[in-house]
Design a protein around this ligand. Structure first.
Ligand code: PMP
Length: 365
């Protein structure tokens, strides 16, 4: 089978996957480990699949250096499912009734904030909505509550292209991080947050699995209404198999983790991600034809948003980039403009090809 036809895919998620991973999955699709069947067709409780599951958890633990007092849950329902699961599992920990603080820096944390209102008091502790989500409110302006069960923030806003450079300090209150779009893209000190969560469909694997990394002392306090499948302590007690897990996504994540380990791990990929993002932002900054509107220190390394100053050229830009094999550059409808998502699997060559195209488009415009 030839992979030579592959284009550079800048989609925000589901997103481009490493070619080696796709090749391996294709090669072993019909006869996995000599079983005469694919991995997709066997029981999730079989010895063979349990080996895959154990290895996935082990490899993630080693890639992120996850301490032993954290549980790793492999769930379904996406980031949006966790927007409900988080308050249901954690809000009862608040001393004066269910309550949590939310930091809103874009569309995704805004969705988390709105969902939480169904389960208790969601306090809007900070928001950059007035700045069109092009920045992060300075830490000293956040109005955190003294009786919140947790503080939630989105480490990387996929739509606006805004990323926290560091984990914010919120004192003793457990911090919850949505890392859907920068999972494994850079080193993260797991002990700095009580909960990390995100879908795998951007940086890791095909859609279908949501990973939750939760400090064990926070388990066991869920609301009575919590669906079994999103009750973290139930899932922790059943190796995330209270029902049928997303076996394809788990298997693919396993291949993705091996690929990442083979690249040298998170530290190496972080350097490469930084290099890719720097190249693209440097190009945007020297241009009078394109612009990025995010405050510099908060620019995302994963989702680079940009606008053509003359927006009447948008359709032409998209048609020509597509024809040049640089696809899925249209920005999210809520943000407009363009967006190049350059996750772990996007090679440097893809970013260079994009810059080359953009330079040429500008010259011809
Ligand atoms: N949070 C962020 C930062 C996201 O980018 C997304 C998906 N684009 C979500 C949450 C929602 O995730 P899902 O689609 O897996 O429910």
């Amino acid at each position: 089978m030839s992979f030579d036809h592959r284009i550079f895919n800048f989609a925000a998620g589901p997103a481009t996957l490493p070619e080696e991973v796709l090749k391996q999955a294709a090669d072993e699709m019909l006869n996995w480990r000599g079983l005469g069947t694919s991995v997709l067709e066997i029981s999730h409780r079989s010895k063979e699949f349990m080996e895959v599951y154990e290895e996935v958890v082990q490899d993630l633990r080693s890639l992120m250096n996850i301490p032993s007092n954290y549980e790793i849950l492999l769930l379904q329902g996406g980031g949006l499912g966790q927007n409900a699961a988080i308050p249901m599992n954690l809000m009862p920990l608040a001393k004066n009734g269910p309550k949590a603080d939310y930091i809103v820096t874009g569309i995704w944390s805004e969705k988390s904030y709105k969902e939480a209102q169904k389960y208790g008091i969601a306090n809007l502790a900070a928001s950059s909505a007035a700045e069109k989500f092009n920045t992060i409110p300075p830490r000293n302006t956040w109005k955190l509550s003294s009786d919140a069960a947790y503080v939630l923030y989105c480490a990387n806003e996929t739509i606006g292209g805004v990323e926290f450079p560091d984990v914010p300090d919120v004192g003793k209150t457990p911090l919850v991080a949505d890392i859907s779009s920068n999972f494994l893209s850079k080193e993260m000190d797991v002990s700095q947050c009580a909960v990390w969560f995100g879908g795998v469909q951007k940086n890791i694997a095909p859609a279908g699995m949501t990973i939750v990394i939760v400090r064990k002392d926070l388990l066991g306090h869920s609301m009575g209404i919590t669906p079994l499948i999103w009750d973290w302590s139930v899932q922790a007690g059943t190796q995330s198999m209270i029902n049928t897990p997303p076996t394809f996504s788990i298997y693919m994540a396993g291949l993705g983790f091996k690929w990442l380990l083979g690249q040298g791990g998170v530290k190496v990929i972080e350097k490469r991600n930084q290099e890719k993002a720097d190249l693209l932002y440097q190009f945007l900054d020297q241009s009078s034809f394109y612009e990025n509107r995010v405050e510099k220190q908060y620019r995302s390394r994963m989702n680079v948003t940009f606008f053509l100053k003359d927006e009447s050229l948008n359709a032409e830009f998209l048609a020509q980039s597509n024809a040049a094999g640089l696809v899925a550059l249209r920005g999210h409808k809520a943000a407009g403009g363009m967006r190049a998502s350059i996750y772990n699997a996007m090679p440097l060559a893809g970013v260079k090809a994009l810059i080359e195209f953009m330079r040429d488009f500008e010259r011809r415009a």
